[in-house]
Design a binder for this molecule. Structure first.
Ligand code: SF4
Length: 366
């Protein structure tokens, strides 16, 4: 289903498309650069702030594009400094965006390194068995403007709490596309959004600080490998053999390990970047030593880094988080086999930071 709002968000426009729009509205193309400056560098929140544009153009923009980045319904701060925003799109759809702060020694929380986790779809069709986002299926893709507007929402919020250095445009350090939805299933809109984020007239944010995460859509991984930008890739593996991965990720039936792993290797070779393999540890499902051995072999062959994430229990689902002893046993086995790995004891556990959980809780409470 495609949602076409009466007024699309301005944040989905590229410099080219805005120049085209201006021409068709009888306005000079150079105005596009001025508008982009107001949106991204000066962070205008209303058309009337754009004082170097004629009043007539401001009125036309007002009736044609939405400048508000989306409505913030909920803002939950966890004890470990992860913050989760529940945003409402123009059609009422709920989307989650997460701000993960990594405090640095000697500076306050406001100066911490910030990673923003953004969503690309409302719901998800891929049905990974551990994930709250897939529980009620796929509703629709987010437009490029809706994807960028999640970042603008965070920028506005950060500007209010921390004065921005003159030279910095983005108010964050890393972007991970790991929220609700399968990013590569919304490929065109995703790339358009990431190009706005990356563009010098946009947020001027380096592609190497953007990680795209996928459940493993092989043809799209290969397509992304051919794009000129150096986006980082993270693959949700979660099972190191087909038998175990089949039980966790239905997509494995379509793209089993024998087709997925060569595609990951090709991506790594074309970008010269290390790939991350995400592995959610689920008690007695994929946390055995046999799985650790198979995973270490895969990661070594791909020169990949393994990110272990102990499962975050989802209400209504049977699986459990392994004990710390089992988590450590798995982690140690990987290290002993020579694999590069870190274990991320889930940030934001107390605010339901795993993707889709806050939305799920809000909808069930309604
Ligand atoms: S983990 Fe990602 S791809 Fe899988 S169901 Fe959840 S949102 Fe979809």
């Amino acid at each position: 289903m495609k949602f076409a709002p009466a007024k699309p968000p301005i944040y989905g426009q590229t410099l080219d498309s805005l120049q085209q729009w201006l021409k068709s509205a009888g306005e000079p193309a150079f105005r596009a650069k001025q508008i982009m400056q107001w949106l991204y560098k000066k962070r205008a929140k209303a058309w009337d702030e754009m004082t170097n544009l004629p009043q007539s153009l401001r009125s036309t923009l007002e009736t044609s594009f939405d400048i508000a980045p989306s409505k913030r319904l909920l803002d939950k701060q966890s004890a470990d400094s992860t913050e989760k925003l529940l945003l409402q799109m123009a059609d009422g759809a709920l989307v989650e965006t997460v701000v993960i702060r990594a405090p640095q020694i000697g500076v306050g929380l406001n100066k911490s390194r910030k990673t923003i986790c953004i969503s690309t779809q409302v719901g998800c069709a891929y049905g990974c068995k551990f994930c709250a986002s897939g529980l009620s299926g796929w509703k629709r893709d987010l437009s490029a403007g809706e994807i960028v507007s999640q970042l603008i929402q965070v920028c506005h919020q950060e500007d209010d709490s921390t004065p921005r250095a003159e030279e910095s445009i983005a108010s964050f350090d890393n972007v991970v596309v790991m929220g609700m939805g399968e990013p590569l299933a919304n490929y065109e809109n995703l790339l358009e959004a990431l190009r706005v984020l990356n563009a010098p007239w946009g947020l001027n944010f380096g592609a190497r600080r953007i990680t795209v995460s996928t459940s493993g859509i092989v043809p799209k991984i290969l397509e992304l490998a051919q794009e000129p930008e150096q986006f980082r890739l993270a693959v949700s593996l979660h099972g190191a053999t087909n038998e175990v991965r089949d039980a966790i990720m239905p997509i494995n039936k379509r793209y089993p390990l024998e087709t997925l792993l060569p595609a990951i290797k090709e991506y790594g070779a074309s970008k010269g970047r290390m790939i991350t393999l995400e592995f959610i540890l689920i008690d007695s499902v994929n946390d055995t030593l046999d799985q650790a051995d198979a995973l270490a072999k895969i990661a070594t062959d791909l020169s990949a880094h393994i990110n272990l994430i102990p499962y975050n229990a989802v209400p209504g689902m049977d699986w459990k988080r392994p004990s710390i002893t089992r988590q450590d046993r798995f982690h140690d086995r990987l290290k002993n086999k020579g694999a590069r790995t870190t274990i991320r004891r889930e940030k934001g556990h107390d605010i339901a930071a795993a993707c889709g959980q806050l939305k799920l809780q809000t909808e069930s409470a309604a």
